[in-house]
Ligand binder design. Structure first.
Ligand code: GAL
Length: 365
């Protein structure tokens, strides 16, 4: 992302593509960009164009690294998605900054809606993909629900290849409990965990079965009522982040620490000055980049625009984190060097303007 206007950026990207291919189509699929070296710029809260010059549609997303590339899966909220359909998009990047649109890897139409999913309508949110090295399958978890958010289930979809097609193979309430927002955590030893919000009880960190198709057992249940759950393991400590339950509206996200996932966990405290409401964003994931010189933990948050979902923005910032303390710095332009792992915040750059407040939802979730 550069500091130019969206129109400038899209124009420049299209011109570059035109020169290279004599074609500048909004739907053309291009090959992965050549890896760029050195620091790459991220501007939190701005439009984030993909290789086609289109704003990335990967909301409530998750990231995995596979065979040297990062893959970002998220909610496809593009305006061209037919009404009643829900889809998961997939983008790839060598450096976490320059993203190539791969495809919509899972699309669920009204006709594909599982007949035994309670209620009517379809919600498919917060996709997270794990790679199972034993079965050589990619396993996607999604929050699957009816339009009233009463079913409160997870859907599981699998694929032979990272960028699809994923097929929905089952859906259920994990451990028999309600599940709305989900998160994923893969520990340094490769163990995968599903994080899920359970309205009556709190939020869970749970293990998966050998084939990753089932949720096996609780490692920890936080009694605090929080969602947007995310975890990172750094220097022998686990840090857990989550938001309060205010629907699309931003709230002050919190963190706690523990030396083991089972706990005991510390009290939850603010990740940023509470009056900023996490600078208008909500947590979705923590991404650890261990480079040759430094380790950076990126806070990956969504700035939701519920009435213009396709225009929802991303707040990615390197955290100030260590020794049990965690702070989300005031968002402004920064650079990430994927090789060295170094993140540099441009302290001279203007701070991101705080997004206007989003009205609080009256209903679940
Ligand atoms: C939020 C949740 C989002 C979406 C939204 C709908 O609480 O984090 O993923 O479900 O509610 O109101």
């Amino acid at each position: 992302m550069s500091r130019h206007t969206a129109a400038d950026m899209i124009g420049a990207l299209c011109l570059a593509a035109l020169a290279a291919t004599l074609a500048c189509s909004s739907t053309a699929h291009s090959n992965a960009p050549a890896p760029r070296s050195g620091p790459q710029t991220i501007n939190p809260g701005e439009l984030w164009p993909d290789d086609r010059g289109q704003h990335i549609q990967a909301h409530g997303g998750g990231i995995i690294k596979h065979r040297g590339l990062y893959y970002w899966f998220g909610e496809q909220r593009g305006q061209d998605l037919p009404r009643g359909q829900r889809a998961v998009s997939c983008y790839s990047s060598p450096d976490l900054v320059n993203w190539t649109f791969r495809r919509n890897v899972l699309t669920v139409t009204a006709a594909d809606r599982p007949a035994d999913l309670p209620g009517t309508g379809l919600v498919l949110e917060r996709p997270k993909v794990f790679y199972n090295a034993k079965t050589k399958r990619f396993v996607m978890y999604v929050h699957l629900d009816d339009s009233g958010y009463r079913a409160a289930e997870v859907g599981v979809a699998t694929s032979e290849t990272v960028d699809g097609d994923y097929k929905l193979v089952k859906h259920f309430r994990p451990l028999g409990q309600q599940s709305r927002d989900i998160g994923q955590f893969i520990d340094d030893d490769g163990t995968p965990y599903l994080i899920f919000e359970d309205r009556p009880n709190g939020w869970h960190i749970a293990t998966l079965s050998d084939d990753y198709l089932s949720v096996e057992k609780d490692v920890h249940l936080f009694p605090e009522h929080m969602e947007g759950g995310a975890l990172v393991h750094l220097d022998g400590l686990y840090y857990a982040i989550g938001s309060h339950l205010t629907g699309w509206a931003a709230n002050p996200n919190l963190y706690a620490t523990a030396t083991s996932l089972e706990g005991p966990w510390s009290e939850f405290t603010d990740i940023a000055p509470p009056e900023t409401k996490t600078y208008g964003s909500q947590s979705t994931m923590l991404v650890k980049v261990a480079g040759t010189r430094a380790t950076t933990v990126i806070f990956m948050g969504d700035i939701w625009r519920p009435r213009t979902q396709w225009d929802s923005r991303y707040l990615w910032m390197p955290l100030k984190i260590g020794d049990g303390k965690l702070l989300l710095p005031e968002p402004r332009q920064w650079t990430l060097d994927i090789t060295t792992g170094e993140a540099v915040i441009d302290e001279q750059a203007p701070a991101m303007a705080l997004p206007p407040p989003t009205p609080r939802a009256n209903s679940l979730p």
